[in-house]
Design a protein around this ligand. Structure first.
Ligand SMILES: [Zn+2]
Ligand SMILES: [Zn+2]
Length: 323
């Protein structure tokens, strides 16, 4: 079954991403006002009645701004880690607040949302892969660098919203104060066009049909620059910039026969134990975990994919975002 995806907005001024099938949908983050989410979904002909849950990636304002009103108005459950809830100082209705943990997969009807920890200067940041049995959509923004979790999940996606926050030269030469520049590029902030492209070129699966460049900086990036950079390497993947000013169109993402395997980490239930599993496989492969992450992960994925070939997927300060 195909999945339908759209960015309602993407950037430090607000993030919200829609992923749904023909019966139900989830929103990843609600960083626009409820009114703006309603307006943009209406323009896209998407129904909020179909939305069954909101997942919150971290407590920065551009990811949570509209969640309280949205949840209360539509009685929507909000999946959020207890630490993010605390740091976001959110007042959600108790009955609508649901906790999740890293590496957990939560099912919302026929949609499954896999939550995984990432690196970012927030209290407990996570990214997500929303999947049906045959289609996987990654929502991966606000990452300090492409850690093992990011690489592994990105490499399994048919489509992904991937951060491409800044052009390194524009940031370097721009007017931001040095501490802010260093915060953005210091491994806990955001990834640059170059870093995102590296991830894409090295780990893009052959079946990835759409890449949505996301969370672009207003001051340190240009949509046409990022688009051209990725299009030069895109092969059969369509490149779309998710705007910080308006919603994208709704895109239909379909699976295909090449892509049934998750590249080695198959059944959602197994993922709960994936960290330990991967560590032991890395050790068995003889690298003891000491190789650079990328090489190690590739070995692990290979080993896992051979093993699993037959399986099928069944404070008082408001947190501000970087630019
Ligand atoms: Zn953000
Ligand atoms: Zn953030």
């Amino acid at each position: 079954m195909s999945l339908f995806v759209a960015s309602l907005n993407s950037g430090s001024n607000g993030n919200s991403y829609y992923v749904g099938n023909d019966k139900e949908a989830v929103l990843i983050d609600a960083g626009l006002s409820c009114r703006e989410i309603e307006k943009r979904m209406r323009r896209l002909n998407l129904s909020l009645e179909k939305v069954k849950a909101v997942f919150i990636s971290h407590e920065h304002d551009d990811h949570i701004r509209g969640v309280e009103v949205l949840s209360s108005r539509y009685q929507l459950p909000v999946y959020i880690t207890p630490t993010t809830l605390k740091h976001g100082k959110l007042s959600l209705e108790n009955t609508l607040t649901r906790a999740f943990k890293g590496h957990e997969t939560i099912s919302i009807g026929d949609l499954h949302v896999r939550c995984f920890p990432k690196t970012h200067d927030a209290a407990d940041p996570h990214s997500f892969v929303v999947h049906s049995n045959t289609v996987r959509i990654g929502v991966i923004t606000d990452i300090g660098f492409a850690c093992e979790n990011v690489i592994r999940h990105f490499a399994a996606c048919h489509a992904a919203f991937l951060e491409a926050n800044y052009d390194e030269e524009m940031l370097q030469k721009g007017s931001y104060p040095w501490p802010l520049k260093n915060r953005i590029r210091g491994g806990q902030g955001h990834i640059s066009n170059r870093q995102a492209l590296e991830l894409f070129v090295q780990y893009r699966p052959a079946f990835m049909s759409h890449l949505f460049l996301s969370h672009l900086s207003k001051d340190n990036n240009r949509p046409e620059l990022a688009q051209a950079l990725f299009e030069a390497k895109s092969e059969n993947t369509r490149i779309i910039v998710a705007s910080r000013y308006e919603e994208t169109e709704v895109y239909m993402i379909s699976g295909n026969p090449q892509s049934e395997s998750w590249g080695g980490w198959d059944a959602p239930v197994a993922v709960v134990h994936q960290a330990a599993g991967l560590a032991s496989i890395a050790a068995a492969a003889g690298n003891g975990g000491s190789q650079p992450v990328a090489a190690g992960v590739m070995k692990q994925r290979k080993a896992l994919s051979q093993r699993g070939k037959k399986q099928r997927p069944p404070s008082n300060v408001i947190q501000i975002s970087l630019f």
